[in-house]
Design a protein around this ligand. Sequence first.
Ligand SMILES: [Zn+2]
Length: 472
Amino acid sequence: MEVTKETEGLMRLLEAREKRQNDKLKMVSNGYHLVSLQLNIPGLPKSNCNLLSFIRLVEREFSCFLLSQNPNFKWQKKERWHDFSGDSIIFLFKASQINVDKLKDITERFEESFELGRIVDLDVLSSYGVPVSSGKAKACFICESVAENCRKVKRHSIEEVRLTMLEAIASFLQKQKNNELVNKLASFAIKGLLHEVSLTPKPGLVCRNSNGSHTDMDFITFINSVSALSPYFVEINKFALSFEGADVGEALPYIRTIGLKMEEAMFKATGGVNTHKGAVFLMALSCFAVVRVIKKTGYLRLNAFSSVIQQLTRGMVQKELCLVGDETDLTHGQQCFKKYGLQGAGARGEAEQGLPTVLHHAMPFLMERLNKSYSSYTNLELNELLIPVLLKVISVNNDTNILYRHDKTILETVKRKAYEALQGWDNGDRLLYDQFVAWCNDKRISPGGSADLLAITITLQHCKTEFAKKEA
Ligand SMILES: [Zn+2]
């Protein structure tokens, strides 16, 4: 019974290969050289989910490699084949435009340079229907000898070779996935900060056309700051991926080490101006939490995200803002907390509660208003979308930037004015908003803490869309 099944598989394989060969010959007869990309995995089945993902990745890598040699080496046609003999990508080149030996040379150099090149076969068929071979022997995937010799003497079982290759592919795919997560998340963090500062006009805050209530910074100071911070988001994300500890709280000192380097880079880039200290704190925690949740479950669940932030910052307010003994040399945060209690706990308080302002106010508010993909919003549309979100945040946030420089009465007035401006905005009346902007600028009131929370909201919104649970 087993033998019959094996024989049947072999027959189907030979049939599929023969059909492929005939199809290829037909294709080249129209004046094309053909390159076919396939995987040389022994045993059956020849295709599965991972193998398909892998060959697509190789297709992309090879396409770039080819064009990197010469932008004119562009294929005329590309086809993706799938049959019993596996997946294959067919590239057709006009024979009049590219020399077939050159093509073979490129495919060989790709196989040699690509990390898993030994699993990849790139065959070249000339427009005369003749296979072009370099005669070079391929190395065995397992023992480094000549692969053909290992096959002849059956040095390794088919099962062993297949398993080794499948494992290598799985780990390659995982590595790619991790890189993609790290890079995408870093770009979302940068986007959050850039979109926040680009909103114009804003109450008391730096925007494209105004310094708001500030005299020591402008739009370019922020651009310089974000540029300097950019590389560190990748560092945080990589750290988050590598962190294996069961107690998330143990990660905090490491995140803070990167955070301190970020502050240093920021001050250097801005000539000593604090543009993003609060934002760096919250964004670094958020990046860590996003990676942590995705690593565990494969997608971003906001409840789990919030819980990681809480675990990271558990006891932080008590430890860092409550004071014992010497109270002469207090930081801004400590002074605020001393005077206003939990209402003055600022970014630390927000973090310790798992970012409630972002998750319970700003995010649902933004999601409700999004009526198409965020990335398709134009400059003006984005302003229309995000200014109400900023107003929403200001109307509920106990911004310690305001508490520290002013007082509780001013904070409550700011919150009320933001609420009223939002009502007006939604009724098509922009006058209240313009008055609010002018009032903040005039009174030198800057809701910087709310701006930070808006940046986090934008970043998280992107993460939620990009790393959503895939439907089965
Ligand atoms: Zn071998």
